[in-house]
Design a protein around this ligand. Structure first.
Ligand SMILES: Nc1ncnc2c1ncn2[C@@H]1O[C@H](COP(=O)(O)OP(=O)(O)OP(=O)(O)O)[C@@H](O)[C@H]1O
Ligand SMILES: O=C(O)[C@H](O)CO
Length: 383
């Protein structure tokens, strides 16, 4: 039996590679003769660079850049094996992982550090740049990135606007030419973890602002600020808001497509393509996917759903493992997920569940492997 193990990371818990390794360890205990293939994945959010660099081969390069709230952070980008493609994830320099829960500041958080990472990566003269969008602490519409790339975002008095989403309210003029010049000749693709629009009730501020620390009143201010940015950008011929994914990573999706000319793709599709998951599924009997939480939210382009949809095309069953499994999985079943199981054996706190996740993955996977082994034996003997 050939089993492909294609999980995402467990947020605040385990990398995709560690999740895959734990599942493989348990499976081997339960069914030592099965052929196991580990394909760590990501959806554009945190861990995307690691997943791509691990699968494609390549190196991580570290640079000191500006964190979401102006502090210095050490962040990396990937240069993959062909030497022509750089991978950058917004979560790395400008991610929520960089800010403690009690210091989150959605109004001020800036994507400037991601722009600095792009500057460093561009020095390799790549032909392609993949920017992974998701897991950001920012709602600045990518204004920080533009600034770092040399664009001018000025207020009515001709001064630079302040960093962060709130600063966009003061924007009076935009000159993106220096940023476009810097990226000339580079094919820019953005891998979006969500298909959300930039503005409104389903937009970047309303849906993702609260997890970045925005109060309801601040969500309104940020939505207005992004709307103002869209108006000013529109005046110079840039549409940054009228398409799916424009709300990814606090509006970086809209800016990169509308101003920098990026091509947007759902992150999970781009990453599954890049790591050749479809090819790996040839001759596969079962796929195991996993994520920290599998619930109805997972239907919007998250890893387990992307994997299930792909596997379904070849009629391969897909089992999902998660720390937490939601109670209405019908949309996921429709998308091709055969079944999902929680790995947590007893009611415990989130901290304990996270602490024990690796062991729990091993144990659950071993049990599943034992079941798979028996079912296969019975299948072969026709009973
Ligand atoms: N082992 C675990 N047991 C229980 N919950 C977990 C475990 N690992 C992570 N979680 C929690 O599950 C939630 C979702 O994690 P997941 O890995 O699905 O992140 P995600 O894809 O970025 O999700 P989202 O963007 O929807 O928050 C997080 O709040 C995380 O703390
Ligand atoms: O970074 C964010 O805002 C969310 O992950 C959605 O892209």
């Amino acid at each position: 039996m050939r089993v492909v193990i294609a999980p995402d990371s467990f947020k605040e818990c385990l990398s995709a590679k560690s999740v895959a390794a734990a599942i493989a360890r348990g499976w081997q205990r339960g069914a030592p003769h099965h052929e196991l293939v580990q394909v760590p994945l990501a959806d554009g959010g945190e861990g995307s660079t690691a997943a791509l660099v691990d699968s494609l081969g390549g190196r991580l390069h570290e640079v000191s850049v500006t964190g979401p709230l102006g502090e210095e952070v050490c962040a990396s980008y990937g240069l993959v094996g062909d030497g022509e493609t750089v991978i950058i994830e917004v979560a790395e320099a400008s991610g929520l992982q960089r800010v403690t829960a009690d210091s989150r500041d959605a109004m001020r958080a800036t994507s400037y550090g991601t722009g600095e990472l792009i500057n460093a990566a561009v020095a390799h003269r790549p032909r392609k740049l993949i920017l992974c969008l998701g897991g950001s602490a920012t709602t600045d519409g990518g204004a920080g990135i533009l600034r770092a790339l040399g664009a001018r975002l000025l207020d009515a008095a001709g001064q630079d606007i302040p960093p962060g989403g709130e600063g966009l309210l003061q924007l009076a003029s935009l000159d993106a030419a220096p940023a476009l010049e810097k990226l000339e000749g580079i094919e820019l693709t953005v891998a979006c973890d969500v298909s959300s629009p930039l503005l409104g009730a389903e937009g970047a501020a309303a849906v993702f602002g609260p997890q970045k620390g925005a109060t309801p009143a601040q969500v309104d201010v940020l939505d207005e600020a992004l709307g103002h940015f869209a108006t000013i950008a529109g005046q110079s011929g840039h549409d940054i808001h009228s398409f799916a994914g424009s709300g990814a990573a606090g509006g970086i999706g809209g800016m990169t497509v509308g101003i920098l000319g990026a091509k947007a793709r759902p992150g999970i599709e781009l990453i599954m393509d890049a790591v050749g998951l479809a090819q790996q599924l040839g001759g596969t009997d079962l796929v195991i996917t996993a994520e920290g939480a599998i619930d109805s939210q997972s239907s919007s382009g998250k890893t387990p759903v992307g994997v299930a949809a792909l596997a379904r095309q070849s009629g391969i069953p897909v089992v999902g493992l998660a720390g937490r499994v939601g109670d209405d999985l019908s949309a996921l079943h429709e998308a091709g997920l055969t079944a999902a199981f929680s790995i947590t054996p007893a009611p415990v706190s989130l901290a304990e569940a996270i602490h024990e996740a690796e062991n729990n993955l091993v144990t659950t996977s071993e049990q599943l492997a034992r079941l798979a082994e028996v079912l296969i034996d019975r299948g072969h003997s026709g009973t």
